[in-house]
Design a protein around this ligand. Sequence first.
Ligand code: GLU
Length: 465
Amino acid sequence: MSIVTRFAPSPTGHLHIGGARTAIFSWLLARSEGGRFLLRIEDTDRARSSQEMTDAILDSMRWLGLDWDGEPIFQSDRSEIYNAAIDRMLAEGTAYWCECTPEEVEAMRERARAVGAKPKYDGRCRERGLGPGEGRVVRFKGPLTGKTLYDDLVLGTVAVDNAELDDMILRRPDGSPTYNLAVVVDDNAMGVTHVLRGDDHVNNTPRQILLYRALGFAEPRFGHVPLIHGQDKKKLSKRHGAVSVMEYERAGYLPEALLNYLVRLGWASGDQEIFSREELIALFDTAGFSKSAAAFDQAKLDWLNSHYIQNSAPDRLAPHLGRFLAERGRTGVSLDTLTAIAALYQPRAKTLVEMAEQAEFFVMPDAELEYDEKAVAKFLTPEVKEHLVALRALFATFEPFEARALEAAVQAYLDERELKFKVVAQPIRVAVTGRTFSPGLFETVEVLGRESTLARLDRAIALIG
Ligand code: GLU
């Protein structure tokens, strides 16, 4: 049997990291087994769903590299299919019309609560043989006794007493199908063999299994992954910081870092922490799921992001860096320059945003470079002026304009005068960067290029006065 999985987001908000994680698991399960990964947009809540959110969710999935097979299906296009299933259940006697009003049902629940029983619909219309009518709903005629159990891929055996479940509504008074019915009809129509989702859905599953049976459909395997918590053990929310995938993209995280991070929240393969996409596809299996809730750990995500920044080819980081510099208003930087800058910052930046922040001085017009006052006071002193003037003259003509050759030339200048490197190192750095920290001095000068180096040395010399 070939595996078919799906991701079924409701487009009522951006793709949050919990949803992304279930999408990743479903995608990995399909890809690791040579199966298919399908997408279904659960947009039946017309008031809260939007095309814009659908597009944003798909963009986040593409950014993470989660490719799906075929076109996404939209629940809003499928009411006839759901209604046909409900009509069949009515004809076969596994569903019935009910005329109880919401107030009456609430009163039943109240009465049950009053005697300490499970609050639920009491089955009043089950055997009345009602037909359609204004304000009526269709309910599932569920089993009253026995248990429904299934073997969860994450949680193991899950069992509920059928007596606990009430006859759920399948069709609302306005004719629209309810969530559980639509999901079962769709998962069956799509040939889904494995449903992986958050454990907030675990209560729906026995109900869905009963619908599978009533409709004569083959049941898929289910797996419910524990929700992601904050460090405070509470359900992850805005309070804990960024929650949508898009926010992480904007904050300068690499997709492979977020993917790797989210996979490890609730899944393991030995004690391995770093997984390439290919490795994940090769290693993924449902035996690696953990039953306990995972806590979001920003420090670990940052560590992984640094790892991926350090280990990416600089020319792959270059377009990302270009995008973040452009956000700071620094556009038109060549890919070669971006690649050279990325290579310098790879060992030190935690995020691409940080990289862009730190590297902005490279690409700003020389006249706009801001000099840190303290750095100027400390290092651009009258004693170093003659050296800066002399080195400016050297840099003006020296060939090749390359880090190691420039370094040797400056060293020769210092040796002749029996001076230490530190006499000129910070003054040059402050002159060309405006501050006291940067990547290697000569690497920085090389990437900056001759023209900017000279222009900035001129500004520094003028600052000394
Ligand atoms: N639309 C549901 C959600 O976003 C999906 C539930 C499922 O995967 O069955 O929670």
